[in-house]
Design a binder for this molecule. Structure first.
Ligand SMILES: [Zn+2]
Length: 209
């Protein structure tokens, strides 16, 4: 009799991040505490973060705080530098365009180059907890693949389509010091910053000096 296929074989080595989402997200969030969100202008958002090298309890506690912060700010993804921590790790709780919810964490993410036939651009609205109350249309590939490590340091691969693909690209960008407004035209960037100046965030932020 053939050996039963494991999830990993079925998914071609990609992380299964659509199962037990509610419970996994809640467990992290309830262990952690929400921290205020850094905003554009804070230096920690504008430089590459350090690689994660210690996959220890301290990292696990950071991840719990990130899930708590993400929920408090009603985000679908959060990078560590958005709560002021200079480390390459992001969390996500994000639906894709088929309505599937994805929950997970990636350390030391590297976005994979796509073959030209997979580079279909999707022009959708994008926002960022670190540019509160602003939105702008930004074209990005509608498929993304990120390789990195999980909270224990084990290699993982995450892939997504549609809105979730956008999230994976947006969060990886953060850890390399890039905000989505850095990818906009000068005019659109200015408009996003104006929207931010005029709005009031519904969550706690870290004031810039
Ligand atoms: Zn963001």
């Amino acid at each position: 009799m053939a050996q039963q296929e494991t999830d990993e074989q079925i998914n071609d080595g990609f992380a299964v991040d659509t199962e037990d989402c509610e419970e996994r997200e809640r467990t992290h969030r309830e262990r952690g505490s929400a921290r205020p969100i850094t905003v554009v202008g804070n230096p920690v958002l504008h430089r590459e973060c350090r690689d994660v090298t210690e996959f220890d309890d301290k990292l696990a506690a950071l991840i719990d705080d990130m899930f708590a912060s993400q929920r408090a700010a009603e985000g679908v993804g959060l990078a560590a530098n958005q709560i002021g921590v200079d480390l390459k790790v992001f969390v996500y709780d994000c639906p894709d365009d088929e309505g599937a919810r994805h929950v997970g964490v990636v350390c030391n993410p590297v976005l994979q180059e796509l073959p030209p036939e997979r580079r279909a651009l999707d022009d959708s609205n994008e926002g960022c907890l670190s540019v509160p109350t602003a939105y702008a249309s930004l074209a990005r590939p509608d498929y993304a693949e990120v390789h990195g490590q999980d909270a224990d340091g084990k290699p993982i691969k995450v892939r997504g389509t549609g809105y979730f693909a956008r999230c994976l690209q947006h969060e990886t960008d953060h850890l390399y010091g890039r905000l989505y407004i850095d990818r906009l035209s000068k005019r659109d960037r200015k408009d996003a910053l104006r929207q931010m100046d005029e709005g009031t965030p519904r969550y706690e932020t870290v004031p810039n000096d």
